[in-house]
Design a protein around this ligand. Structure first.
Ligand code: GLU
Length: 304
């Protein structure tokens, strides 16, 4: 027991060191972090108007957009604790959408919203739209609207480097698996792998801390998220097996605001065509080792 505890303390130290290195203090450049210079500049459509969208009209009156995001998902949505600046692929998608809606980069206010709170945040008008590894599915479409998809992820497993027993979800019986409350990966394990010992936290970074300190045996969520964590600590963790689901990422909007949803679909399509999507991907998520794929076709579904 003592040995395990000591090892846990050492690993917690390693994690802290890795995180500290990622912060880019003087003399310690960020480990493969997004480089601001490599990010595309999005042309702000200053003539844009969308009077049919209640969300857009209110944001315009307010003078800025409020965008929901994640703050602890490497290369996707990360907040620098020192500066408060958000970065990552989802953040770039949010910025390119803002530019198409006529908002200058300094008129976007990001707000961290956990997986379990996304629908409520959109329903209560706390945010104008949400970009944070948000899977489009029919259940959620009853509560919110989705533009996109803008990326296709798949559920995977993250384990410690020395783990040899877990190669796929079929090996999870009797193992402790961690995921985020309110997420599709959590729901899939609960439904399809009931012999796994499933635990939920608000965020995946808490799950990863628990993996490194031997509190859990695996973390499960989208491969895109897991690869980012693994890329930041490649000696400690690895992603195993093949993706075992399809997770099409959408931009969450208030349900019923079809004008906003379709305007974002147009904006996504335009940015995929003009090369911004690929540039943004390569400067962010691409750094975790994933080559830029062809984005999935946009689904302009009828008002529901
Ligand atoms: N894409 C999955 C979901 O929307 C998992 C990632 C997340 O929790 O944001 O539930």
């Amino acid at each position: 027991m003592l040995r395990t505890k000591n090892l846990a303390a050492v690993l917690a130290g390693v994690l802290l060191a890795v995180l500290a290195a990622g912060c880019g203090r003087e003399g310690s450049p960020p480990v493969k972090g997004p480089k601001a210079g490599a990010l595309p500049r999005y042309t702000v459509d200053t003539d844009f108007r969308l009077p049919e969208s209640k969300t857009w009209v209110e944001a315009e009156k307010r003078g800025y957009l409020v965008v929901g995001a994640k703050e602890d998902q490497p290369y996707l949505g990360e907040k620098d604790p020192a500066t408060g600046v958000y970065s990552g692929f989802d953040i770039e998608i949010a910025r390119m959408m803002a530019a198409s809606l006529g908002f200058e980069p300094d008129t976007i206010s990001f707000r961290t919203i956990a997986s379990a709170n996304r629908e409520t945040a959109l329903q209560n008008g706390q945010i104008d739209y949400y970009v944070g590894t948000y899977t489009i599915n029919d259940m959620r479409k009853k509560l919110v609207g989705f533009a996109g998809p803008y990326y296709m992820a798949g559920q995977g497993l993250l384990v410690r480097s020395d783990e040899n027993d877990i190669k796929g979800p079929q090996d999870l019986a009797g193992k402790t698996v961690c995921s985020a409350a309110g997420s599709t990966p959590y729901q899939r394990i609960a439904a399809d792998y009931p012999d796994a010992d499933l635990v939920a936290y608000d965020t995946y970074s808490i799950c990863v801390d628990n993996l490194l300190t031997f509190q859990v045996d695996a973390v499960t969520t989208d491969d895109a998220i897991l690869l980012g964590f693994a890329a930041k600590a490649p000696d400690e963790m690895k992603v195993v097996g093949k993706p075992f689901s399809e997770e099409p990422y959408g931009i969450g909007v208030p349900r019923g605001d079809n004008a906003l949803r379709l305007a974002l679909d147009d904006a996504l399509e335009a940015n995929e065509k003009n090369g911004n999507w690929k540039k943004a991907f390569e400067a962010t998520l691409g750094l975790s080792g994933v080559p830029a794929p062809t984005p999935p076709p946009i689904d302009r579904y009828p008002a529901n």
